[in-house]
Design a protein around this ligand. Structure first.
Ligand code: UDP
Length: 254
């Protein structure tokens, strides 16, 4: 089969032209970056695990009526998605103080927040993804107040649902990052969940021991990075049957 045309290469994923108009193929790499790509590395098998974990979580979210860009997984490292216009915002939800919140405000890491917090960051590598307020977002036209209302409503539902789902397998959902896109269907636009949901963009702690099972293992050089991602997949009951070391590359599955 002829190789598909590459449209975009990001830090952890590559987007290829899809088989039909309005579709794309999202390829998950093993590359890992942190601190706005100042730290770079490879987490063997990460792409396979994130493809599988994100597929699983997006499918569960679809079942409760959350619209997403996900169509189906194609193989170990690729999934078919709907082409959307990405809203240039990172929407971060926090349930427990960690990372930049703990650092900036001096809140002890691990302290449960009295209520969940939503923050917005402007997606711009050159500017280091600065935190922005709703005023900036609407003033500069990155999203309308209506778009924001939709994004907030979806984000809160996603947070509640994923918090429960993960707690059921002994994982605390500390915080995570979402991205949304605009999808046009018959002249109508709706906001849908895009990107991925995986240990690359969530903080996931063992509910009993507090052990980290996410990208912080890489960011903070804690070791056993692959094992952390693998443990998340194992607990969700979705460890890839063939194992994560698919050195042969993508394989078509039906
Ligand atoms: N996050 C992300 N991409 C980013 C920044 C943050 O996926 O560019 C996720 C991160 O994995 C964490 C949450 O958003 O789950 C909150 O991150 P934080 O603001 O604490 O920043 P960090 O400590 O990751 O720099």
């Amino acid at each position: 089969m002829a190789r598909r045309r590459q449209l975009y290469e990001g830090k952890a994923k590559i987007l290829f032209e899809g088989p039909e108009p309005g579709t794309l193929v999202q390829y998950f790499k093993d590359d890992a970056t942190a601190f706005n790509a100042k730290k770079k590395g490879t987490i063997t098998g990460k792409g396979v695990l994130n493809n599988r974990i994100s597929e699983y979580l997006m499918m569960r979210l679809t079942e409760i009526g959350i619209p997403t860009h996900f169509i189906r997984r194609l193989n170990m490292r690729e999934q078919l998605i709907r082409e959307v216009e990405i809203i240039p915002l990172e929407v971060v939800v926090r349930n427990v103080a960690a990372g930049s919140l703990a650092q900036r405000l001096g809140i002890p890491e691990g302290q449960r927040l009295p209520r969940s917090i939503i923050e917005y960051y402007f997606k711009n590598d050159e500017l280091n993804d600065p935190m922005v307020a709703e005023e900036h977002i609407t003033c500069f036209g990155w999203a309308s107040t209506h778009d924001l209302d939709d994004m907030i409503a979806l984000t809160l539902r996603i947070n509640d649902f994923l918090t429960g789902l993960l707690l059921g397998v002994g994982i605390t959902l500390v915080d995570f990052k979402l991205e949304f896109g605009r999808l046009w269907e018959n002249e109508e636009m709706r906001i849908v969940l895009a990107d991925e949901i995986s240990p690359d963009n969530c903080r996931l702690w063992d509910a009993k021991t507090g052990e980290k099972m996410d990208k912080d293992r890489f960011r903070r050089d804690l070791g056993k990075v692959e094992e952390g991602y693998q443990e998340v997949a194992r607990r969700l009951g979705i460890l890839p049957e063939a194992g994560v070391r698919d050195m042969k590359g993508p394989e078509a599955i039906q």
